[in-house]
Design a protein. Sequence first.
Length: 132
Amino acid sequence: MSDVLSRRQRSYCMSRIKGKDTKPEILLRKNLWARGLRYRLKSKLPGKPDLIFPGAHIAVFIDGCFWHSCPKHFQMPKTRKLFWTEKIKKNKDRDKEVNRLLKQANWRVIRFWEHEVENDLEGCVARVMKAV
């Protein structure tokens, strides 16, 4: 099936996708806060984690299923395959490098897929609480 939007319309739609304060991020943050865990949102750490717990040296990332190539949900777009293949590969390579840099700096990295937060919020909260 071809795209029902023009290239210009699709470009506009893609440009509106947020990188911060996504629904899964807010959902996890609110639940952690309600359980008494205090975190920071802004940091100068590599990769700009979604949440950090400075005292425990824990960085939490919530990765989008499309942008980070979730093995369960990712579907390669049918157009501009070369562009998207390279884009997604760069994202995955950057994630690995960020993990390496943070671990080298004695930070523990916790990564969730967006669908994990949406489908198993309690499990994600428990994992963070256990780490902290």
